[in-house]
Design a protein around this ligand. Structure first.
Ligand SMILES: Nc1ncnc2c1ncn2[C@@H]1O[C@H](COP(=O)(O)OP(=O)(O)OP(=O)(O)O)[C@@H](O)[C@H]1O
Ligand SMILES: [Mg+2]
Length: 265
């Protein structure tokens, strides 16, 4: 089927050693095309590991990953990267700091089409300028500026463009606003919402901000000890408050969800 299917994913780090850690414990998830799912969970719950499994950063103990009808379980990570965009907390990851904004966008744009990077023409350039203009950060006049000179928020916004410009089948956002000041984080979140809606991109977004998790997207999952312990969508989710979410987590996981970073999200 289209969308993303995760079937019985299991991952043990340092298997067979005293430090063995079961980081994914039979995770199964069906993500419909165009779904925007927010992912919550305490530190160490397995959220980033789930993303890394989808990205092919390691071999699973077992399980299968189907993206858009294709079994990608054994596909090397660089091949998956053509169809999966991702953004991390650290604005330094994912962009080439010594290349200009325009060059970075061109690289992301042409990579998938396997066109030559130098084939970027005036039409592409005008398209990039328009995309940047719509970010409303004044970056359209700084296309020749090196990426490394941008502020964290500007770079995350540009990275978001890069991650989505080649129409990925899936977008993975791993706390991509956590390192930004609250106002900039708001702005980048608003952009995220807009770009995802405009392009109908299937997206999973990790956040520690529970309010934000319930407001953005169409479905929320909560992870704990490598498992999905809560999965809410539709009417049920629309009515859910943060205290109720915490209560539901306590019922399912048998303990409290760490909320220390909740306000930092
Ligand atoms: N490469 C690795 N080698 C060994 N253990 C790992 C590795 N990556 C993750 N782990 C372990 O797997 C568990 C889940 O880690 P993960 O990074 O997925 O948590 P997370 O939910 O993303 O937490 P956070 O909110 O802190 O980012 C942790 O116990 C972590 O120490
Ligand atoms: Mg993480």
């Amino acid at each position: 089927m289209k969308g993303l299917s995760l079937i019985g994913l299991r991952k043990t780090f340092e298997k067979g050693t005293p430090n063995a850690k079961l980081a994914l414990d039979d995770v199964s998830l069906e993500v419909a095309p165009g779904d925007f799912i927010t992912v919550l969970g305490s530190n160490g719950a397995g959220k980033s590991t789930l993303f890394n499994a989808i990205l092919g950063k390691f071999r699973l103990d077992r399980g299968r990953i189907i993206l858009d009808g294709e079994d990608i379980t054994r596909l090397p990570d660089h091949r998956r990267a053509l169809n999966i965009g991702c953004l991390y907390q650290d604005p330094l990851r994912g962009t080439a700091p010594n290349m200009t904004i325009e060059e970075n966008l061109a690289l992301a744009y042409t990579r998938k089409a396997s066109r030559s990077f130098f084939a970027v023409n005036r039409k592409d350039s005008a398209y990039f300028r328009e995309l940047l203009r719509r970010l409303d950060l004044g970056l359209e006049d700084r296309m020749k500026t090196k990426m490394g000179l941008l502020s964290g928020g500007q770079r995350q916004a540009a990275s978001l463009l890069m991650a989505t410009i080649a129409e990925p089948k899936l977008l993975l956002l791993d706390e991509h606003t956590a390192a930004l000041d609250p106002a900039t984080a708001e702005k980048v979140l608003a952009l995220t919402r807009r770009i995802i809606a405009e392009r109908s991109i299937t997206c999973l977004m990790i956040t520690h901000n529970m309010q934000c998790a319930l407001e953005l997207g169409s479905r929320t999952i909560v992870m704990d000890s490598g498992r999905i312990v809560l999965d809410v969508a539709g009417q049920e989710r629309a009515k859910l408050t943060v205290p109720q979410l915490l209560e539901r987590f306590r019922e399912n996981a048998g303990r409290d969800l760490a909320t220390d970073r909740m306000l930092l999200g």
